[in-house]
Design a protein around this ligand. Structure first.
Ligand SMILES: [Zn+2]
Length: 134
């Protein structure tokens, strides 16, 4: 496939130099037009070869990246569904948190926070969650 890009680039360069060579000795614009047009076609062909080579390189890099790193995983968002207000009497909270929650609070869903009594949470500086209002 690289032969196609090389042929296009070489053809473009040849047309460019032929076109500029045709213009070199002409003093009247109308006599320069065919050479200029030929040179422009050469530049377009050479640039097309460059673009095609760049796109082929991107495809190769992508193929190699997927082979080495695997496909980019599609992020799956976990959406917490609140079906009923939290009513659990068990209070959970963890180190570094500012609030404690009922164990079935949506804010505590999927967390592995320890269960403590209210006074232990308050001694740790945590306040009641505004969502589950324990
Ligand atoms: Zn809560």
């Amino acid at each position: 496939m690289y032969v196609v890009y090389a042929v296009l680039a070489v053809l473009g360069a040849v047309l460019f130099f032929i076109g500029t060579g045709m213009v070199g000795n002409e003093t009247v614009y109308d006599d320069q037009v065919p050479g200029i047009n030929l040179a422009i076609v050469g530049v377009v062909l050479a640039n097309a070869a460059g673009v095609l080579l760049l796109l082929a390189g991107r495809r190769s890099v992508t193929t190699r990246r997927v082979a080495v790193l695997g496909a980019v995983p599609v992020a799956q968002e976990k959406v917490a569904t609140i079906t009923a207000p939290a009513s659990s009497a068990h209070l959970v909270g963890g180190e570094g948190l500012t609030h404690f929650h009922r164990a079935d609070c949506a804010m505590a869903a999927g967390r592995e926070w320890p269960e403590l009594d209210r006074s232990a949470h308050e001694r740790a500086g945590r306040t009641a969650c505004g969502v589950c209002k324990p």
